[in-house]
Design a protein around this ligand. Sequence first.
Ligand SMILES: *Cc1c(COP(=O)(O)O)cnc(C)c1O
Length: 421
Amino acid sequence: MDHFLYRDGELYAEDVPVADIAAAVGTPFYLYSTATLTRHYQLFDEALNGMEHMVCYAMKAASNQAILKTLADLGAGMDVVSGGEYARAKAAGVPGDRIVFSGVGKTRPEIKAALEGGIRQFNVESEPELAVISEVAASLGKIAPITIRVNPDVDAKTHAKIATGKSENKFGIPISKARAVYAEAASLPGIDVIGIDVHIGSQLTELDPYELAYQKVAELTEQLRADGHNIRRLDLGGGLGIPYTRTNQAPPLPSDYGALIKRTVGHLGCEIEIEPGRLIAGNAGILVSRVIYVKQGEGRQFLILDGAMNDLIRPAMYDAHHDIVPILEPAPGVEHQPYDVVGPVCESGDTFAKNRMMPPLRAGDLVAFRSAGAYGAVMASEYNTRPLVPEVLAKGDQFAVIRARPDFDEIINRDTIPPWL
Ligand SMILES: *Cc1c(COP(=O)(O)O)cnc(C)c1O
């Protein structure tokens, strides 16, 4: 359930008519619901009830500081994958000891900044990275808490671009090499080995891959403990999928996922971390756009919107489906017709949907892309010198612009023409 529902014939975000926000902000824009973000965080938090745990929101899914603060105020930690995300989490008020640093290519400056600003743990992805963290920590006279991300060679059964747990993926170290790498880690200065990390992919719609991966993590925990390591924290990653259509069979619930965690690793007595991103933010956000033209093509009708692939790249990048609904609720029984839904960008890839059955729409009408809260605004660009799409947060009967639309001058003035030109 989300909080974007029709009421009195029009779409609301919580208690605010979406059309009122469009009138105030202009289109296109992303719109998030505080109640949905809160609900999703709490589902995970409750799913891990009875175990010492922290839900570390994978902020790459949607990283506006207002979203981070909403979640952090509920008790969430953050999973960051860059120095920029680390700085952003800190700016939103998240303390360092609630920030986990993931990612395959952490640089020396990023590692230094995190050690100086405070960090819950680094999830280490390679031996060279381990050596650099040790070196930087030792030079600062600090101890870096680390887990090592193991690659369990499990098929997450998701889109190839978001599968991360197979041996051919660049992530983590092969689980078969783990004992040797842990032995090396334990011998290095400035390193405190505290646990194990695993993350097998995104938009997982079945629990089996998790079960396989977590069983391997449980076995590894026991082996590493027998080797003398004090394994006390398991970071189990994120990746639980969301329903992108209303008709699809729904993916497993956070409660099922929590039960699986208890079943597979609960007996180990470790503190549990999870890193959900998409499930928290995905259905907590919509992209609102306006129809510019309805164009009659040969044998097809194009719905040309003011939102484009630079604002929402998921259909072009992952062949993703988004439900697209009119802001005015269609009359019951109204006949639907097929549209090719496109943006104005000069690429044929700027196509959101082909042959999508929708109620009749006209120039000026507003539509919403559902399930656009995760990997939407964060992946937006200014391609075609289109201003970075704004973001709005609704809460009850209030809303606020949480990232304003830049004007053309702001965009253009970022360029510098050299004096010799
Ligand atoms: C992207 C990512 C996540 C979040 O994945 P979702 O599918 O958004 O839940 C968690 N952990 C790591 C290391 C990631 O790279």
